[in-house]
Write a protein that binds this ligand. Sequence first.
Ligand code: S3P
Length: 160
Amino acid sequence: MNIFLIGFMGSGKSTLGKKLSDYLNVNFIDLDKYIEFNENYNIKYIFNQKGEKYFRYIEQKYLKHKFKEPFIMSVGGGTPCYYNNINYMNQYGITIFININIEFLIYNLLKNSKDDRPLLISNNKKSLLKDLFINRLFYYKKSKVTINSNNYININSLLK
Ligand code: S3P
C-alpha cells in the first residue's frame, strides 16, 4: 500500500511523511528531493532555467516511477493539479490532503520564506497565494482522506 501526502506549500507534508514512515516502517520519498537527486539540479534552478512547464513534465514522470517497495510520498503543492496526477495517485495509493487554514499557512509562508520556492517568489502576495490555493482546492479535494486543521497538525497525537 502506498500513501501520497498532498497539500499547499508549507502544510507539513514532508514532516508528516517522515514521521509516518518511521511509525509504519515504510520507505519515505519526498518527490521534490527525488527530482533534484535524479536531475542533479535543485527545483529553483529547474524552474528558472527550464520553466514551470518543463518542471511539471518531469514532476509527473518521477511521480509515475514504478517503485519496487511500498512507500509514503510527499508531493509538491502543485503536483495534484497537473497531468491527471491526482487520479494517478488515487489509483496507486491512499491520498491524504493536509488541509491547514490558508490564512495561517500564508502568514507563515511569507514570514519564513527561505527563497527556495519559486512559486512563493512569483506569488509573494497574500491575495495571489490565496487565489492559487482556491484554484488548487478542486484537485486537493479529490483526495481520499482529508485532515483539517486551523494550524499545524499535531503529528504525535495523530499517530497515537
Ligand atoms: C510547488 C511546491 C513545491 C515544489 C515547487 C512547486 C507548487 O513543493 O514542488 O516549488 O507548485 O506549489 P512544496 O509544496 O513541498 O513546497
